[in-house]
Ligand binder design. Structure first.
Ligand code: FAD
Length: 391
């Protein structure tokens, strides 16, 4: 019996393996990953300081333990470099050895890569990019060893704002820089973003918007950051959090169809039989949703398909909780291509903003503050599914 192979040991890869093992305990299962295969919840990285976790406490289990638990082989520090979709064979490289494996079914769970800015200056190579536990371990080591008081964060998206809040709560001075005129540009309308920013600024998290970083120069133990608007600031560390792009290189080389992500139908199937994708790398039914809830839904459905029952993914409305405790925020983003009108109720500690389409159906919302957060469940129930359940 040829194995099912999963490439990637992130939340997508491990959730799929867990769901699959609930349905089938016999089928050989192999995971191949470029990292050490530790299982961890990635969202923990941006609130580890506030929750008093040091990096060694974040991993839930190492690869050996996961292999036993899930009755699977896990090849760690192994890079999949080529896939032959005709012979159903893949080749990976580990310790400079090239190994070929055959598969019955193959799953891409290869995640997304941080976008890197080309910035001049001798300090730009020392920017931290945090998209894995090992990235975070490096960052925390530097934070613990050096006098790192002032931290500049490039990017006012979800990850940039969460790190700004977490570092602020641990006593650091944080400055968030973005080309956009508002934080969380992809998730929030301008008036909600303004209120959110105001709450963060209230605790001295600084925003420098509508400009970008041109140069990062190293001066002794700190950095001088030159901005395109002519100003400059100093920082002891710089984090780059300007966004992620799905990892599609390997898939493209294997002949899979890609757009922003690896294109799949609602069964997570690519254009080739027996080859699937899920998680941050996958564009499922035209939707790229790089969050935990969608990948859980995908994993549940794909596990059934791999076990022999073709199953479509069900996407209910899936709000995203932004982990900024000084400005608690829950957002249900409005689907692209839907035109909405926002109705906003202002509260003492925040606001409730609801997005209605032209049929007066609720299509999204933003809840800022602890009072508004209580509406999360009742509002979510009113929003139509993104992909309805199919029977
Ligand atoms: P990844 O975790 O990136 O895993 C990809 C895997 O593929 C890795 O094991 C890698 O080694 C492997 N790989 C890649 N290429 C190869 C190759 N060629 N050969 C072998 N192995 C390969 N989402 C939320 O819903 N809520 C949150 O609060 C939240 N907070 C977040 C905070 C941070 C700091 C970050 C970075 C993300 C956050 N997210 C959040 C997003 C969420 O964590 C991701 O959607 C999810 O973890 C993606 O998992 P994944 O398995 O698809 O990808």
């Amino acid at each position: 019996m040829q194995p099912i192979i999963i490439i990637g040991s992130g939340m997508a890869g491990y959730t799929l393996a867990r769901e699959y093992r609930k349905l089938n305990q016999e089928q050989p299962l192999i995971m191949i990953c470029a990292d050490d295969g530790a299982s961890y919840a990635k969202p923990t990285l941006s609130n580890a300081l506030a929750s008093n976790k040091n990096p060694t406490q974040i991993a839930l289990a190492d690869a050996t333990k996961m292999a036993t638990q899930l009755n699977m082989q896990i090849h760690t520090h192994a890079w999949v470099e080529a896939i032959d979709t005709i012979t159903h064979t893949l080749r990976y490289v580990k310790d400079q050895q090239h190994v070929e494996l055959e598969f019955s079914q193959l799953v891409f769970a290869v995640g997304a890569n941080p976008i890197r800015l080309a910035i001049s200056g001798d300090g730009s190579d020392e920017m931290f990019v945090i998209n894995s536990l090992s990235d975070y371990q490096k960052f925390r080591k530097s934070l613990d060893q050096q006098h790192t008081q002032r931290i500049a964060i490039l990017g006012a998206g979800l990850i940039g704002c969460e790190f700004a809040n977490d570092l602020h709560q641990a006593g650091h001075h944080t400055t968030v820089i973005d080309l956009a005129s508002q934080p969380l540009g992809r998730l929030l309308p301008a008036h909600v973003a303004e209120a959110f920013k105001h709450q963060l600024q209230h605790v001295d998290i600084r925003f420098i918007l509508e400009t970008t970083v041109e140069r990062i120069s190293k001066i002794d133990t700190h950095y001088a950051i030159t901005l395109a608007n002519g100003h400059s600031i100093e920082a002891d560390a710089v984090i780059c959090a300007i966004g992620l792009q799905p990892n599609i290189d390997l898939a493209q080389r294997a002949g899979l169809h890609t757009s922003r992500g690896i294109i799949t139908n609602s069964r997570m199937q690519t254009n080739l039989d027996g080859i699937y994708a899920l998680g941050d790398c996958a564009e499922v039914n035209g939707l790229l949703l790089p969050y935990v809830m969608p990948l859980m839904q995908q994993a549940r459905a794909l596990a059934k398909t791999l076990a022999g029952t073709h199953t479509h993914v069900h996407y209910p409305a899936m709000p995203v909780a932004v982990k900024t405790p000084v400005a608690p925020l829950t957002v249900l983003p409005v689907p692209q291509n839907v035109t909405v009108n926002w109705e906003t109720e202002y509260l003492e500690d925040g606001l409730i903003a609801k997005a209605f389409d032209n049929t007066n159906t609720l299509r999204g919302f933003a809840l800022l503050g602890a009072t508004a957060a209580k509406q999360r469940l009742s509002l979510t129930k009113l929003v139509p599914d993104l992909i309805p359940a199919q029977v």
